[in-house]
Design a protein. Structure first.
Length: 501
């Protein structure tokens, strides 16, 4: 008798059903479980809940009679309803909690993870070879490039350099409201989306489930066909212009030249190998310059892969890291995505983007939302939970290293060499968001002081002893001694409290 295979809601691409020694049996019956408890435990963004449910239901419809789609209260109950005590296989889940669950079920055989480039044992060997410390992304990225022969000319990096970041940090074009690039792929909703929206409305009316943010129309792919079309459109029409302005921000153009493929990758609709291979083909055929292609490959084969591996290598206790001792709860205006309550134009714009779409690109995430939280000393685990809930591409494995390590420096430097935060000058240089704002990026104190400039110096002052020993931060810390208005600045920082900036 053929053993059934269980698909989680982020394992929806065809590569999760490819048979083999590390895969399910050929033509194995498929079980997909829609567990209502998932949406009760966290107050997810409504657009995220819609996307996940739409993707799961679309996959079940594609598989037809091969799939049993079970709607239940919990995964455990759903699995029992589908199979009783019969055996089932499942690919390694993407969270510690899900892995504990499947291991606690005596009928489940856990197969190796799919949807990533590097097998976990290979990364463990690499990391242990570095003593488990100073696991820098750049070293890992070059190792992956060599091992998978990505953007390589024999033993040398294509284009003569491993890293083209220097060419990919340009501010937005002067006086431009938007980048002059074709728009990204947009899916069309169908009857399944209508059913999902009806169900979410019903859940909310019953008081059983609560969401945050706005839902609709769906902006991100929910099927393999849609995801493939989105990848093709990006590579053919948008990749060439991606690199130079990938770190820039424009108020009227939140998407810029970004791929918008993260949710498709994290739902399992796309495999990272096909994304980076198509990008490399574009460079070799002369359709896109090396700096844009390398920047895109770095995001997937470098950063995404690195984050996935560190999630498992650091272990579940990593989520409790709080090296800076930050304990402040997140204020209600932030939790509710109340952009209208915020005066600071950069933060209001970004918060509105999250409210309306469940997405912003990596610089607003790190240098606006994350930086503001870091400067105010917000509880890093609460910040991580917020990012997990409020972003369509947010999963535990994604946000744990990205927020605890990269954004909030809560691990004290295990993942990054310094805290990533800045004053208003950086935001002014890399965006048009300071134009027309009530605050001034150069002012630290007074009524027009930029909250990021005030917050930056207050953060350095609060952690002066720790950061003075960091070679990448020591010069900035010494700058505190030159501030004649430090006392006034610190008082303004204290007066802010939980009020929106």
């Amino acid at each position: 008798m053929t053993t059934a295979h269980w698909l989680f809601g982020d394992q929806l691409g065809p590569h999760f059903l490819t048979p083999g020694d590390d895969g399910p049996e050929h033509d194995a019956p498929v079980v997909i479980i829609e567990a209502r408890s998932v949406f009760r435990r966290r107050r997810f963004h409504r657009a995220k809940a819609h996307l996940i449910l739409s993707a799961m239901r679309h996959r079940a419809a594609e598989l037809g009679d091969r799939a049993s789609y079970i709607r239940s209260d919990t995964y455990r109950e759903g699995l029992h309803e589908a199979l009783g005590n019969s055996p089932v296989t499942v690919h390694h889940p993407t969270s510690h909690a899900a892995l504990r669950l499947v291991r606690s079920l005596g009928t489940v055989t856990v197969l190796p993870a799919r949807g990533f480039l590097v097998p976990q044992p290979d990364f463990t060997a690499w990391a242990d070879g570095h003593g488990g410390r100073h696991l820098r992304q750049e070293d890992f990225y070059r190792w992956v490039r060599r091992g998978h022969h990505l953007l390589m000319d024999a033993d040398a990096p294509a284009g003569g350099r491993w890293n083209h970041d220097h060419d990919n940090r340009e501010p937005p074009p002067k006086d431009a409201r938007t980048l002059d690039v074709p728009p990204p792929y947009r899916p069309r909703e169908d009857a399944i989306d209508e059913e999902v929206r009806h169900d979410l409305d019903r859940w909310e009316r019953s008081g059983d489930t609560s969401f945050v943010g706005n839902d609709g129309p769906r902006r991100f792919p929910a099927t393999r066909r849609e995801a493939s079309a989105a990848l093709r459109r990006f590579v053919e029409h948008r990749l060439a212009g991606f690199g130079p302005h990938e770190d820039a921000m424009l108020r009227a153009d939140p998407v810029m030249s970004h791929s918008l493929l993260s949710s498709s990758l994290n739902l399992g609709l796309l495999h990272p190998a096909e994304c980076v291979e198509k990008a490399e083909e574009a460079w070799r055929s002369g359709q896109a310059p090396i700096n844009s292609v390398e920047g895109f490959v770095r995001q997937i084969a470098g950063w995404r892969e690195y984050v996935w591996q560190l999630y498992w290598y650091f272990g579940d206790d990593y989520r409790h890291s709080n090296a800076l001792g930050h304990r402040t709860p997140l204020p209600d205006w932030f939790l509710e995505l109340d952009a209208d309550a915020v005066t600071a134009r950069c933060l209001a714009t970004t918060l509105a983007q999250v409210r309306d779409t469940g997405w912003t690109h990596h610089i607003p995430r790190l240098m606006l939302l994350g930086s503001y939280a870091l400067q105010r000393g917000w509880d890093p685990r609460a910040v991580m939970d917020w990012f997990h809930r409020c972003f369509v591409d947010g999963y535990d494995w994604v946000m744990l290293p990205n927020v605890i390590g990269m954004s909030q420096y809560a691990d004290g430097g295990r993942m990054t060499t310094k805290p990533y935060t800045s004053g208003g000058a950086y935001i002014h240089r890399m965006s048009d968001l300071c134009t027309g704002c009530a605050y001034r990026p150069t002012e630290r104190a007074g009524d027009r002081a930029c909250p990021f400039t005030t917050g930056y110096w207050a953060f350095l002052h609060r952690h002066r002893q720790r950061l003075s020993g960091n070679t990448r931060m020591s010069q900035a810390v010494r700058g505190l001694d030159r501030l004649r208005d430090l006392d006034e600045l610190l008082q303004r920082s204290r007066d802010e409290g939980d009020d929106p900036p």
